[in-house]
Design a protein around this ligand. Structure first.
Ligand code: MCA
Ligand code: AMP
Length: 496
């Protein structure tokens, strides 16, 4: 029986340790056995789930991966959902994807049980005992594997569909470029509902036969203890995390700092991505640790596309060159394909890594591709002495905060439900820690008072906390153009 690519790879490393925690180790064989047993539970006598959507809600770790592989081996499509999302956000992902079941760890299962009951969804506790594994279906790599929700230029997130073949292509490109080895050891502290955590860290590590140390969140003290102990060869994080680490190192007593720096210095590779890494942060990190961060560029729809080299110049402020198997071009506003250096254009990407469709949104899918299968990223870049440098985004309605991509329109729609808000405009303002800070300009009803702490509390029942405005300005009116449309560049000026 042919195996899915990740499952076939796992068989080759059966006796190796896939996950290590203070509680113990999990081998690849144990992941294979547990995933087969969970697949059997999901199948419940059926031969093949035929791409039924199954949501996964659990912290990073062996149980998460066993559930992911289990639902894949049952023929289902994985819909990862965010542990810290609000109930309306969960409900949107579950109903938009047409999920028929939710797999969750025991603690998350308790939280989502009322919603599952209301929506009539099956809820499977991935920590519960199972019976023996039964017969599993034969699957081809062309089958749909995952729907990842991503915010964009529409108010509600869109479901990005990838197949097992897309996922394998995304992984293989990074295995080659960054020379992943079975001897690698990596901490995993990024959320498991985005590519960075799912593909770049977890799936690449498991493809290579490496060992992952999972953390429920970015637990800085615990991670730094392990860095001091030389627990890791690789480290992958978003720029905000490097900013926080620099602050921690600068505040640490000299001996402690030297011990941590030693651990970082001895790693074979440290990667930054998901948002722009300021050249100053790159340089500060090198000055502190001797490590030159490798910055790369990617997106939910395409996995990773552009990277600085493992061997060769890692240039601060630049993202490098196209990854193996990925084609990249720049397109000018007038439609010309740019061949010269120093001429900015939109990044367009083509290759076996590129997603197939936005779930249930054929018009949005068609709009996002150009003839020949080129995906329009909406990011602007320029080629400078052989390396791409990201210049920004075409849309002002996309915000990147701490590596999370957010839609200003989604946040505006939520704010307009506030009883005291008549009008609002949301945008990202430059921020040293978060990259961009979600900032809201509002007009209140009848001149009502509105303070940021109260607004944040109100938002937290409707929006994931990282979408909640960090800055607020109350104004009499919003700047608008002759057509009556709010002019966001002018809104920027309202924050002083
Ligand atoms: C936490 N807070 C945030 C964010 N994260 N606010 C704005 N933006 C955020 N990203 C809030 C907390 O809820 C809390 O609010 C306050 O900030 C301080 O929390 P703290 O504990 O200091 O933060 P943290 O828990 O350490 O989180 C920071 C983080 C996290 C580790 C940087 O945001 C994170 O894991 N980001 C990575 C996201 C990611 O993986 N993105 C990849 C997607 P309060 O005080 O009110 O409670 S992009 C992708 O996958 C593409 C393909 C790519 O290229 O990689
Ligand atoms: P997401 O859709 O969450 O996967 O986020 C993808 C977006 O993150 C891209 O379209 C870029 O705008 C941004 N991004 C990712 N990596 C980088 C980087 N190294 N520099 C600048 N922006 C980046």
């Amino acid at each position: 029986m042919p195996d899915l690519p990740l499952i076939a790879r796992a068989r080759a490393h059966a006796a190796s340790v896939a996950f290590r925690t203070p509680q113990g180790a999990t081998t690849y064989q144990e992941l294979l056995d547990r995933s087969a047993a969970l697949a059997t539970v999901l199948l419940a006598g059926a031969a093949d789930l035929q791409e039924a959507r199954v949501a996964l809600l659990a912290p990073a770790g062996a149980a998460y991966v066993a559930a992911q592989w289990g639902l894949w081996r049952a023929g289902a499509v994985k819909v990862p959902i965010c542990l810290t999302a609000t109930e309306p956000e969960w409900e949107y992902a579950l109903t938009d994807s047409g999920a028929s079941a939710v797999m969750a760890d025991a603690a998350s299962a308790r939280k989502i049980a009322p919603l599952c009951a209301r929506l009539g969804l099956r809820l499977i506790d991935i920590d519960a005992p199972t019976g023996p594994a039964g017969q599993l279906p034969e699957l081809t790599p062309a089958r749909r594997a995952m729907i990842l929700y991503t915010s964009g230029t529409t108010s509600k997130p869109k479901g990005v569909v990838t197949t097992h073949a897309h996922i394998a292509a995304q992984i293989e490109s990074l295995i080659k470029a960054w020379e992943w080895q079975a001897t690698d050891r990596i901490p995993l502290f990024l959320p498991m509902h985005h590519i960075h955590g799912i593909i770049n860290v977890t799936s690449c590590a498991l493809w290579a036969g490496a060992t992952i140390e999972p953390f429920a969140k970015f637990d800085q003290p615990a991670i730094l203890e392990r860095v001091k102990a030389d627990a890791y060869t690789l480290f992958m994080a978003v720029p905000t995390i490097y900013v926080k680490l620099i602050q921690a190192l600068e505040a640490a007593p000299a001996a402690e700092r030297a011990a941590i720096v030693g651990g970082f210095r001895r790693m074979r590779l440290m990667v930054s991505g998901s948002a722009a890494l300021p050249a100053s942060v790159h340089e500060q990190w090198t000055a502190l640790t001797g490590q030159k961060l490798l910055e790369r560029y990617g997106m939910t729809e395409i996995g990773m596309a552009i990277s600085n080299p493992l061997r060769g110049e890692r240039r601060p402020g630049a993202v490098g060159q196209a990854l193996p198997g990925v084609e990249v071009r720049l397109k000018a506003e007038n439609g010309d394909i740019i061949t010269a250096e120093d001429t900015p254009g939109e990044i367009q990407v083509r290759g076996p890594n590129v997603f197939s469709e936005y779930w249930g949104k054929p018009a949005a899918t068609a709009e996002s591709f150009e003839a020949g299968g080129w995906y329009r990223t909406g990011d602007m870049a320029v080629l400078e002495t052989g390396y791409y440098r990201i210049m920004g985004r075409l849309s002002v309605d996309i915000i990147k905060s701490g590596g999370y991509k957010l839609s200003a329109l989604e946040i505006e729609a939520a704010l307009l439900e506030h009883p005291d808000i008549a009008e609002c405009a949301v945008l990202g303002l430059p921020d040293d820690t978060w990259g961009e800070a979600v900032s809201a300009a509002v007009v209140t009803k009848n001149g009502a008072d509105l303070a940021l702490p109260a607004l944040r509390e109100w938002c937290k029942s409707r929006l994931s906390v990282y979408k909640v405005p960090q800055r607020l300005v109350v104004v009499k009116e919003l700047p608008r153009n002759a057509m009556g449309k709010v002019t966001k560049p002018a809104v920027r000026g309202l924050f002083g």
